[in-house]
Design a protein around this ligand. Structure first.
Ligand code: FAD
Length: 473
């Protein structure tokens, strides 16, 4: 690129104005990608804080994560961002801990040798405790089945049911897909959720054999799969906000965007903040909210938005700070997921079993419940009862509690032709971007990666194609 072209590009960036609607991780990452090259960015966040589902509260004098509390460790946009924000030294790996399931069998740990809850050995003592001898024999029959139809089934529910039977499906696999993502196994794409499992099935001739072959080699790969940031994930949000401030992005919290209308080549945003309201004209908009507000804002401009909502139902998450010495030994691993319909809670996560925890400190437990209209006191009482039942606690003293409602989104591994279609439609408009878990798939690593890519698309549209003014080399 000639120096003239570079100068053109810089002045093009300075003239360009982008609005980002939503200050969760997707919005913050998208805003950063634009602000980095000098684009003038205004970010609107309707609540009074940034971070969206990455949220913390002061509980018993400690800032405590009350929703997302960690991330998947993998190379990619999130890892690069953590480095860029100078937080690499603050990354804290998760401790190894079992995952448990609660159901008709009681509460029992999943075998360590399992993928998505599918056991490598149905006769493993842990698997037998969950599915009983009958379930184990049924699952074993898979090894004797002809390999004719092997390797083609993408529906996780159908695959597990036909190969290993309904007990493995309902007691070992469904609690995880429901408890973690709010979807049945039938809505999970095997090829996306466990890449390589289907081909391993073709090679080995059985699903349990495939799981055994696909398990990470304990010696070769001892990296933890999850990590957090020392001090909690809100430290990451604060660092992102600080970087945006350094880049002179205009970040406005407590401001709701009510509508987006096209205005010439760009857009006009209508916003309200308490009694105040106003409009802002920009060249491009990136919508980074959850599904409900995004549909409302995008409906006039994108096709394919009249179908049913994509996202699973909202959940209530109750975070409890407990005096419960019996939890010191992490008796139920890092989490217990319930067989659907078998417990009031969808999941009970023992956060202080997952993250390093000072001896003598109180324990933090997060209980996920179906969203209800009950008041906070009732929700906290229901969560405490669920924690007692699923973590086998006597009578824990609750030092502090916090309840909040959160929107959930489909995992990226979901089988959802409607979402795939919507995603394609949303990637077409040169000056309108759509990011966030509801279109890209849930999880901080996924959301950050896709928000970065989408913001880069919008940003290059502005820099290179703006009325033919952008640099052309
Ligand atoms: C309970 C729970 C726990 C989770 N735990 C983990 C975890 O440990 N690790 C992990 O990787 N993933 C986790 N996830 C998933 C992950 O947190 C989400 O996928 C991710 O945070 C979504 O980010 P987002 O920016 O797309 O959406 P959000 O975080 O929902 O952000 C959207 C933002 O838009 C704002 N907004 C909405 N409407 C408007 C409007 N009209 N104008 C202005 N602003 C608006 C909202 O206030 C919100 O701040 C969890 C999810 C849930 C529900």
């Amino acid at each position: 690129m000639s120096s003239d072209a570079a100068t053109d590009l810089i002045s093009q960036a300075r003239r360009a104005r982008v609005a980002v609607v939503g200050g969760g991780i997707a919005g913050l990452v998208a805003a950063l990608q634009c602000a980095k090259v000098g684009i003038s960015v205004t970010l609107f966040e309707s609540s009074d804080r940034l971070g969206g589902i990455v949220a913390s509260a002061d509980l018993d004098d400690r800032m405590t994560d009350v929703a997302a509390d960690g991330f998947r460790v993998a190379p990619g946009a999130l890892a690069e961002l953590i480095d860029e924000l100078g937080l690499r030294g603050a990354v804290v790996p998760a401790r190894d801990a079992d995952t448990w399931v609660a159901g008709p069998h009681g509460v029992a740990p999943l075998p360590a040798a399992s993928i998505l809850g599918i056991p490598a050995n149905p006769f493993d003592a842990r698997a037998r405790r969950i599915i009983g001898s009958r379930g184990a024999w049924r699952a074993y029959v898979d090894r004797l089945r002809p390999p004719l139809t092997i390797g083609a089934e993408r529906n996780l529910g159908a695959l597990v049911r036909t190969r290993m039977g309904s007990r493995v499906l309902e007691r070992m696999v469904a609690p995880l897909t429901h408890g973690i993502h709010g979807v049945p196994p039938e809505q999970v794409d095997v090829d996306r959720a466990a890449r390589g499992l289907n081909s391993a099935l073709t090679r080995t001739g059985s699903l349990s054999g495939a799981v055994a072959q696909q398990l990470p080699d304990a010696d070769a790969d001892s990296r933890p799969s999850r990590a957090t940031i020392a001090g909690g994930m809100s430290v990451f949000v604060a660092a992102l906000a600080e970087r945006l401030a350094d880049l002179e992005a205009d970040v406005r919290t407590g401001v709701d965007v009510d509508g987006i209308a096209s205005a010439g080549d760009g857009w006009s945003l209508a916003w309200t903040a308490g009694d105040e309201s106003g409009e802002l004209e920009v060249d491009a908009v990136i919508v980074a909210t959850s599904e409900r507000p995004a549909r409302r804002l995008l409906a006039p401009h994108l096709g394919g938005l009249d179908g049913a909502p994509l996202s699973p139902d909202d959940v209530d998450v109750v975070t409890l700070v407990l005096d419960a010495p019996s939890l010191d030994d992490r008796p139920r691993g890092h989490a217990v997921y319930a067989v659907p319909g078998e417990a009031a809670a969808l999941a009970v996560v023992h956060a202080t079993a997952t993250w390093p925890h000072a001896a003598g400190d109180p324990h933090v437990v997060r209980v996920t419940l179906p969203a209800s209209e009950d008041g906070d006191d009732d929700a906290i009482a229901a969560a405490t009862a669920a924690a007692r039942e699923l973590l086998a606690l006597e009578a824990p003293a609750v030092r502090a509690a916090h309840r909040a409602r959160w929107p959930r989104s489909l995992p990226s591994s979901a089988l959802s032709p409607a979402r795939d279609e919507l995603r394609r439609a949303a990637r077409v408009h040169e000056r309108l971007g759509v990011v966030g878990a509801w279109v890209d798939g849930t999880g901080l690593a996924r959301v950050a990666a896709d928000a970065k890519t989408e913001a880069e698309r919008i940003r290059s549209g502005l820099l290179w194609h703006a009325g033919g003014e952008g640099a052309s080399t």
